[in-house]
Design a protein around this ligand. Structure first.
Ligand code: N01
Length: 542
């Protein structure tokens, strides 16, 4: 029986419902259309773009090079699009996504300003019913969650935030009109990628900037620059080969020759020369790919960590600040390695002060500013660069259930479980793009999105070709995959860090390693083998 809400509003009957209008949701629409399926995407924002729609903070820029960070599905698109810089900034990437939406006429199937609140599967009818905050309801046999991994911004539950008389912002929910910090006393909390990118630019504008750092993060110079026309031309002439070669790499990016030596089998002199050249070249993958064991062996990693700590000590003049900025609590690369433009140099400015929020934690936001256990600071504006409820936040916010069974959020109470990051046992016909248990966030995200959605598209076709209507993973396949994801993580140094990869940034979130760090190449081979092996680990039914 339709409920009152449903009767009062329009019900869309579709082949597939897509949740999210970012890079994942848009490619899902395109792929589904190619299969001749009807689909709509619901998007909470007033425009397409997902991450790149919301994260408009000063300095927001991708840490993957622009010639890589783009769709591969259409050669004319990749040949014609011109990226003006080595790394795309937020306005440029959003312009690109909007161009793709127009070029492939995707906008007509995106329903903006509409947040999905629930998704319920009716076993008898074999239909997902998706309800939204505007009253629009959609029904379809398939539901594809393209909800993103870093899409639920989080401001810590600081006492007194409602009393602050100035203005406060979260980097992931930045005002479209921008913010002018000129002449203002500004405090920023958080020194992850968003903080590291925005601090140098906010410092240039503000009268004074106080940076509240709880944990120091490693950052390498991005060495951003205008696009070199020769590099662009060469890259474009090799695009198809490069995209194919990317499938055989751990990160989904070609062009980085795999390392062959351990960091411990070369002399200190040779090692430092290598790190020095990688530091000069810019970029994180190349640096972490200096040796085979930087993410596997603590002693090997120490050599790279110490190299970067020494760089920080050399750049930052105030040695007290330099020591605070030099990370000592985690091996380099085990938290997302930041890329910056003049981050450490910014601490040499007279109008920037580093506050150690580890030894003196933030206790309260007051009417005037921020009070730590040691002092009170007065601000006109506060910026929270405090991150996201990563990987599971967006999905857990939606009431997803099968019949009257437990919600996905309940099933994931102890941490997310998936088979291949693509599907969840007990939740038929619901696919996740770049879900927990997939390598997504450890790769060039758009490669991961296309690989996932191509697999999902093929899976739906295979189902139809067999005259089947339903697919879901077995509990055993899911359990084995989760075990494998954990075993692989445990064979690396990643679990040593308190990162969002393990949910450590959210108080109370179960500590579970969420991304698959076994590499894109092996993961893709596994997905292909599962499909070739008659969708091994999945049950299909009528
Ligand atoms: O968030 P984060 P982010 N008191 O979680 C601090 C991607 N991204 O938005 O480490 C004081 O990394 C917290 O401290 P701690 C990228 O994958 C990419 O910066 O928990 N501080 C930390 O310093 C990235 O990894 C790009 O001790 C508090 C910070 O807030 C991911 O998004 C650009 C606190 C949060 O750092 C997330 O990055 C931007 C408290 N109570 C983002 N609570 C590029 O492509 C939290 N913090 C370049």
């Amino acid at each position: 029986m339709p409920d009152a809400l449903e009767r009062a509003s329009s019900v869309l009957t579709l082949d597939a419902i897509v949740v999210g209008g970012g890079l994942g949701g848009l490619y899902a629409l395109h792929r589904l259309r190619k299969l001749g399926l009807t689909a709509r995407a619901f998007e909470a924002g007033s425009g397409v773009g997902g991450t790149w729609f919301w994260n408009r903070y000063p300095g927001a820029r991708c840490d993957v090079e622009s010639l890589e960070y783009s769709y591969a599905f259409d050669d004319d698109l990749q040949q014609e699009w011109h990226w003006p810089e080595r790394y795309g900034n937020q306005p440029e990437i959003l312009r690109y996504i909007e161009h793709v939406a127009d070029r492939f006429d995707l906008r007509r199937d995106v329903i903006l300003n509409t947040r999905v609140v629930s998704a319920q599967f009716d076993q008898a009818a074999n239909l997902w019913t998706v309800r939204t905050d505007t009253g629009v309801v959609a029904r379809a046999p398939f539901c594809i969650m393209a909800t993103g991994n870093l899409s639920t911004p989080r401001v810590p539950d600081f006492k007194g935030i409602e009393n602050f008389k100035g203005k406060w912002y979260h980097t992931g929910l930045w005002p479209h009109e921008g913010v002018d910090f000129s002449g203002l006393r500004v405090g920023i909390v958080g020194t992850g990628s968003s903080g590291v990118q925005s601090i140098p630019l906010i410092a240039k504008q503000a009268k004074h900037l106080h940076v509240f750092q709880r944990t120091a993060n490693f950052s390498l110079p991005a060495r951003n620059a205008p696009m070199d026309p020769e590099i662009e031309q060469r890259h474009k002439s090799e695009y198809s080969e490069r995209r194919l070669a990317a499938f055989d790499t751990p990160f989904g990016i070609a062009g980085f020759p795999p390392p062959t030596k351990s960091a411990l089998e070369v002399s200190e002199e040779e090692r430092n020369a290598k790190y020095e050249s990688k530091w000069a070249e810019g970029g994180s993958i190349s640096f972490l790919y200096s040796y085979t064991d930087l993410l596997l062996n603590k002693d090997a990693n120490d050599t790279a960590s110490e190299f970067v700590r020494n760089k920080i000590r050399a750049i930052v003049r105030d040695q007290r600040a330099a020591e605070l900025l030099a990370p000592k609590d985690h091996p380099i690369g085990t938290k997302r390695l930041c890329l910056d433009t003049n981050y450490y140099e910014t601490y040499n400015r007279d109008n920037v002060t580093l506050v150690d929020a580890r030894s003196a934690p933030i206790e309260e936001i007051t009417a005037a500013g921020i009070r730590t256990s040691e002092a009170e600071f007065e601000f006109d504006a506060i910026v929270f660069a405090t991150g996201f409820d990563a990987m599971t936040g967006a999905l857990k916010e939606i009431d997803i259930r099968v019949g009257n069974g437990p919600a996905l959020a309940e099933k994931w109470d102890g941490g997310p479980t998936t088979y291949l990051g693509l599907m969840v046992a007990g939740f038929p016909n619901m696919f996740i793009i770049t879900g927990p248990g997939s390598p997504s966030v450890k790769t060039q995200m758009i490669v991961a999105i296309e690989q996932h959605m191509d697999w999902i598209g093929d899976c739906i076709s295979a189902l139809k070709a067999r005259g089947m209507r339903r697919i879901e993973p077995s509990a055993d396949a899911e359990r084995d995959w989760v075990r494998h994801v954990n075993e692989v993580a445990d064979s690396t140094l990643y679990p040593l860090a308190n990162s969002w990869y393990v949910g450590a940034n959210i108080p109370g979130k179960p500590r579970v390693f969420m991304p698959y760090v076994g590499g894109f190449a092996g993961y893709k081979r596994k997905c292909d083998a599962v499909a070739a092996n008659d969708y091994e680990g999945f049950a299909m039914s009528r």
